[in-house]
Design a protein around this ligand. Sequence first.
Ligand SMILES: Cc1cc2nc3c(=O)[nH]c(=O)nc-3n(C[C@H](O)[C@H](O)[C@H](O)COP(=O)(O)OP(=O)(O)OC[C@H]3O[C@@H](n4cnc5c(N)ncnc54)[C@H](O)[C@@H]3O)c2cc1C
Length: 453
Amino acid sequence: MQDAIVIGGGISGLTTGYLLQQKGLDIAIVEMNPSPGGPIQSAIKNGFLIEKGPNSILVSDPWIESFINDLGLGHEVVNSNPAAANRYVVRNSRPVAVPRSPLQAITTPLFSLKAKLGFLGEPFRGRITESGEASESVADFVTRRMGREFLDYAINPFVRGVYAGDPNELILNHAFPLMRELEHEGASLVGGALKRKRRQRKEGTGFKKRSINFINGLDTLPKTISRKLGNRLWLGSEVVAVNPVENGWQVTWKKEGENFEGFSRNLFVCLPSRSVKKLNWASPIAEWIGEAPDLPYPAVHSLALGYKRKDISHPLNGFGVLVPSKEPHRILGALFNSELYPNRAPEGHCLLTVMLGGTQSPELKDAPDDELLRIAKEDLSSLLGVSGDPVFTNLTRWPHAIPQYNSAFGPWKKAIRALEEDLPGLHFGGHAIDGIAMGASIMSGKSLSERIP
Ligand SMILES: Cc1cc2nc3c(=O)[nH]c(=O)nc-3n(C[C@H](O)[C@H](O)[C@H](O)COP(=O)(O)OP(=O)(O)OC[C@H]3O[C@@H](n4cnc5c(N)ncnc54)[C@H](O)[C@@H]3O)c2cc1C
C-alpha cells in the first residue's frame, strides 16, 4: 500500500505530490490529460509566446517564492514590467488609468465628483449583522460601503477580470475574504488596510506581492514539477472509481483502455467540483457528494492576438484593460502580454490576450470562432486604437473555466469538510476549495502535504 495517491495533476495536485515525495513518501499522482498543469499551457506560435490559460502568477506569499527557488527555477522567473502596476478600466469607451495615489484618486475621471464625495463617507458606514454578512454578495457589500459607481467602475470590472463573474452572485466572505477582514479590522477599508500594513511592518511579516511568469512561459512550473516526479506521475490516466478499503483507499484509473489499480493510506483529491461529483465513489460517499451543491464554472475564451506595434495607437503601458459590464463592449478585457514580460512577440510586434465570455455573457459560450474574433477586433479598435488585422491569432476555449464562489460555495465546502472529518485519510484541495488563483492552488498543495506529518 502506498502512502498517498493524488487525483488531479493541476498545479495543486502536482505541488501536493511533489512535497509528499520530498518527505520520502511513496506516492502516485493520476492526471487524465496527456500534459500536466490543467489550464497552465504555454506555446510558441509564429514567434509569439502565448499563454492559453493563466497569464501570471501573483506571488502572494513568500513561501511561493522559496518553492520556485527550491525547484531550481529562480533564474527563469521574469518579473512583470514595473509599468504593470498601471491598470486601465474603460469609462465612456475610453481606457482610464486606475488611480494609484490620493491625488490621482481626487483627479481621476474614472469616478464622478458625487461618487468621490460619497466615498469619503465610507468610514462612517456601520457593519451589518453576522448572519447578514454570511450571505452578503460582493455587489451589496461594495454598494453599502462605497456606493454604486464604485461597484460599476472598480469592482465589477475587477470581478470580471479575476472570476469572469458577476459581483451580484459572488458571496463576499468566500470570494474576497480579505475585504471582510479589513472591514472588521478598521472603521474603513482603507483604515483597515493601513492598520494591517502598520502591524505587518512592526511584526516584520509584510510581503510585497508581485506578478511573475517564466522565460519560456508559465507551464515551466508544472513541467518542472512533473519532471521531478518522474514515473510517480501518471498522465493520460482518468480515475474512474474510488473505494474505501481497510486502512486506506482503492483507486482505479484507465490509461489507453487498460484499467490500473492503486492502494494508498491517504487520498488527495485536487479536482474541479464537477469532476469530484463525476467520480464513481463507493456508497455512502457517493450519496453525500451527490447531495452537495455543485459550483458553476462559466465558459471563458482566451484569444491571443499578435499585431504590428505600429498598428496600435495606445501606449500599452500597463497590465491590461478591463471592461465594466455597463460599457457598450463585449470583451471582459485584454492583457498587454508583450509589454508585461520579455520575449512574448517578435521585434516590432506586440501580443495581446483578449478574454471573452464569463457569467455575464453566457451567449458567447458557443459563439463561432469568427464571431469571437470579430467582437475582439471591434472592441480593440475602439478601446486601444487598433487598426489593421492581427498578424497572428490563437483561440483557446475553456468550457468550464473558473469556479464561482457563490451561495453554493458555503454548503459545498461544508459538505467536503464533513466528509474529510468522517473519513480519515481523505483530503480535498485545489481551486474548488482553497481559492481560484494559481497562488492559492500552490498554497493549497502546501497545506495538503502538511496533513501527513
Ligand atoms: C482562462 C483562464 C485564465 C486564468 N488566469 C489566471 C491568471 O492569470 N492567474 C492565476 O493565478 N490564475 C488564473 N487562472 C486560474 C488558475 O489557472 C487555476 O486557479 C489553477 O490552475 C487551478 O489549479 P488546480 O490544481 O486547483 O486545478 P486544475 O488545474 O483544474 O487541476 C485539476 C486537474 O484534474 C484533472 N482531472 C479532472 N478529472 C480527473 C479524473 N477523473 N482523473 C484524473 N484527473 C482528473 C484535470 O485534467 C486537471 O488537470 C485562470 C484560469 C483560466 C481557465
